[in-house]
Design a protein around this ligand. Structure first.
Ligand SMILES: [Zn+2]
Ligand SMILES: [Zn+2]
Length: 389
């Protein structure tokens, strides 16, 4: 069966919900209003609802009247620290906060899927666990949700989810087996020297010179210590030091991110970075230490479940709507869920119809809402087919 008619009926409600979340975005671990609305809607639909998981996470359990598997659907709910530039009636009403990654759409799709399936509880086999995760943008919400046992009671067999993307056109579904999104680690390096007068560097230990050599030198770890066929990105996005042109500061701070698709490469790089930065600093008589600020593994989709999602999407939308895109260097802590259970994380196009492709995390970010019913149809198709399996 196709979900087209059912989804068409719920479309105005889903769009209104997405726009409401868009109008009222909330930052990671502060999704108070968002989680209240999620809980309210799920409770009204008759789900068992648990709130306050990992601060602002919500879980809704929908038990069908027939026996079947237990399948989880994960949606992330947080917004970003940006001021929106788009002019629309539902433009963010909170200056400095904006849904610029599409998580408002993820939340609206998951709530609507829960409402549709709850209305068919009598014919539904098994149990669906809807997981609304906070703080994806900090790569910090999945871990405490898993630790709180959201995959354990009831015990989840498989987990699925989607990310909307402006990189693909509306109507298309991008399903890829294997590594599909990169690991993401944040690091902060303190280089400590000894401050002094800019005229007498020999009487100081200049932490900025050491930091500059560390910054350049780190790239040789990528090119000289990792096999050429692997993918590694090492970016320093912040370099903070000094107060005046003729003062040598006593400290420089460097913050960056490391991305790769392979856990062994990730471990290798993190291990080498530690020793490389301290050895390099010592060469300039400085001291350096590194702290990891956040991190998650790559998103790796197992072959079997990914094939099943591909089939469901093709049956629902037609084969021409489904394709296998390239892996992306963006990260998502859905990777942690997929290390615990088999499943698949796929992408659904929301590219605006005009030519300009605006990236996520930009103040001009714009969603083509035509992608929302597409995502919902695939979600329903995947959930019902996996419950029955
Ligand atoms: Zn994002
Ligand atoms: Zn996102």
């Amino acid at each position: 069966m196709s979900w087209a008619d059912e989804v068409a009926k719920r479309l105005p409600s889903m769009i209104a919900l997405r726009r409401d979340f868009h109008r009222h975005p909330e930052l990671s671990f502060q999704e108070k209003r968002t989680s209240e609305i999620i809980a309210e809607r799920l409770t009204k639909a008759g789900l068992e609802v648990r709130t306050g998981i990992a601060k602002t996470g919500v879980v809704g359990v929908l038990r069908g009247d027939k026996p079947g598997k237990t399948i989880a659907w994960r949606a992330d709910i947080d917004a970003l620290p940006l001021t929106e530039l788009l002019q629309a009636p539902f433009t963010s009403g909170t200056p400095g906060v904006m849904h610029a990654c599409g998580h408002d759409g993820h939340t609206a799709i998951a709530i609507t899927a829960a409402e549709i399936l709850a209305a068919r509880r009598a014919e539904l086999p098994g149990t669906v666990v809807f997981i609304f995760q906070p703080a994806e943008e900090l790569l910090s919400g999945a871990k405490p949700m898993i630790e709180a046992g959201v995959l354990d009671s009831p015990r989840v067999d498989e987990i699925y989810g989607l990310h909307l993307t402006t990189q693909d056109p509306a109507g298309k579904v991008n399903v890829r087996p294997g590594p599909t999104m990169a690991s993401g680690d944040g690091f902060s390096i303190d280089v400590v020297g000894q401050g002094g007068h800019g005229a007498y560097p020999h009487l100081s230990i200049d932490p900025m010179t050491a930091a500059a050599h560390i910054l350049i030198g780190m790239q040789s770890l990528v090119t000289k210590e990792v096999a050429a066929k692997e993918t590694v990105v090492l970016t320093v996005g912040q370099l903070l030091a000094g107060t005046k042109n003729n003062i040598i500061p006593d400290k420089a701070v460097m913050r960056g991110t490391l991305r790769t698709f392979d856990m062994n490469v990730r471990e290798q790089m993190l291990g080498r970075l530690q020793s490389f930065i301290s050895d390099m600093a010592r060469a300039y008589r400085a001291e350096a230490s590194m702290e990891m600020t956040m991190g998650c593994p790559p998103v790796v989709n197992p072959e079997r479940e990914t094939g099943l999602v591909h089939r469901c999407a093709a049956e629902e939308l037609g084969e021409s709507a489904v394709f296998q895109g390239n892996p992306v260097m963006a990260s998502d802590d859905m990777g942690l869920f997929l290390r615990e259970r088999p499943g698949c994380y796929f992408r659904v196009g929301i590219s605006p119809t005009h030519d300009r492709k605006v990236p996520h995390h930009a103040p001009e970010f714009e969603m083509n809402e035509d992608g929302l019913p597409v995502g919902l149809r695939v979600a329903l198709s995947v959930l019902t087919s996996r419950l029955r399996a």
